[in-house]
Design a protein around this ligand. Structure first.
Ligand code: NAD
Length: 313
């Protein structure tokens, strides 16, 4: 395959590069390094790295003309400044349209999109079935949901994976790297009073083997274990695994206005249609993450949420 991976220097993208390069595929990464790092990608003849934004239509078209991808994995996303609606719209909406149009012209065999669970907004039901209405209310959620809608509007062979919180090498978002870093530094931690689902990178990569097949079903799929865990439970799992007790009791604070109390995706449709089920649970994933941070360290941590005010921690 000739695989174009947008956002290939990010957490998911770079794990996919690591997965696909040894299999002999040709890969082009298009990334503006807003949250990803060039240093995570190896220098190898079958990997081309283009530094630029998917919002640049001419650049996207020239990449397609030159590289002629057979498969597109669209992993690039803007989220790091919740107030920067224009950047979110430029990348997540206009950038996605640029890719969809170029992919149609190039007759790519498969187009894979990654969607945030924030597309469901504040859900009515838990776990959230894949046919639950979308009601995003943050700039990231709104723009990613519009991007997904343009992918679905196309006549491409497309699949959109609505992802739980994926844990794996280079994870730099969410409670696991945050607790690891603060506990190791002897700093206090706080937990938001929220529930999330987590998915190990190995389970995500297993699903991607199915998603990228030319004959795989198209459409939208929830990708999750289906098991929810409170952030306090995540904290306990990380601190127990590290063998570090917090300096002071850990406070549990209410979620911010832009946060959602509970997000747990129901993967049953994915299991029925794609025949995929997650194998690892939170404890195993946290163990793998801690082993990875112990040998590689934690990078800068990004978030699509506004920080919890200091007087509420
Ligand atoms: N990791 C998860 O648990 C998770 C959960 C739900 C959805 N997703 C989705 O999966 C995708 C990958 O997420 P991730 O965790 O790897 O994030 P990430 O921040 O590590 O990777 C995103 C990459 O996109 C790049 N990028 C940003 N704007 C760009 C632009 N305009 N042009 C080109 N590249 C650009 C960044 O530099 C980065 O390398 C995103 O689309 C995200 O919305 C991830």
């Amino acid at each position: 395959m000739r695989i174009l991976i947008t956002g290939g220097a990010g957490c998911l993208g770079s794990n996919l590069v690591e997965e696909y390069l040894p299999q002999g595929h040709e890969i082009l990464v298009l990334d503006n390094f807003a949250t990803g790092g060039r240093e995570v990608l190896p220098t190898l003849p079958r990997l081309e790295i283009v530094d630029g934004t998917i919002a640049d239509r001419n650049l996207v078209e020239s990449v397609f003309a030159r590289f002629a991808p057979t498969h597109v994995i669209h992993s690039a996303a803007s989220y790091k400044d919740p107030s920067d609606w224009r950047e979110d719209a430029a990348t997540n909406v206009a950038g996605t349209i640029n890719l969809v149009e170029a992919a149609r012209r190039a007759a790519v065999k498969r187009f894979v999109y990654f969607q945030t669970a924030l597309c469901y907004g504040r859900p009515d039901r838990m776990p959230i079935p894949v046919d639950h209405p979308t009601r995003p209310f943050t700039s990231y959620g709104i723009s990613k949901t519009a991007g997904e809608a343009y992918v679905a509007l196309s006549d491409l062979s497309w699949i959109s994976l609505r992802l739980a919180n994926i844990t794996g090498p280079r994870l730099a978002i969410g409670p696991i790297p945050t607790f690891y870093k603060r506990l190791k530094a002897g700093q206090n931690c706080f937990c938001t009073d929220t529930v999330r689902d987590f998915l190990d990178m190995s389970d995500f990569l297993e699903l991607m083997r199915i998603a990228l097949r030319d004959d795989a079903p198209t459409g939208i799929f929830n990708v999750s274990t289906g098991a929810g865990h409170s952030i306090a439970e995540v904290f306990e799992t990380v601190s127990a695994r590290l063998g570090i007790s917090p300096v002071e009791p850990v406070s549990v604070v209410p979620p911010n206005a832009d946060d959602v109390p509970a997000v747990v995706l129901d993967p049953s449709h994915t299991h029925q249609v794609l025949g995929w089920t997650a194998k690892l649970g939170l404890r195993e994933s946290v163990g793998r993450m801690i082993d990875w941070y112990d040998s590689h360290g934690v990078s800068a941590i990004h978030s699509h949420l506004r920080p919890v005010p200091a007087d509420q921690r």
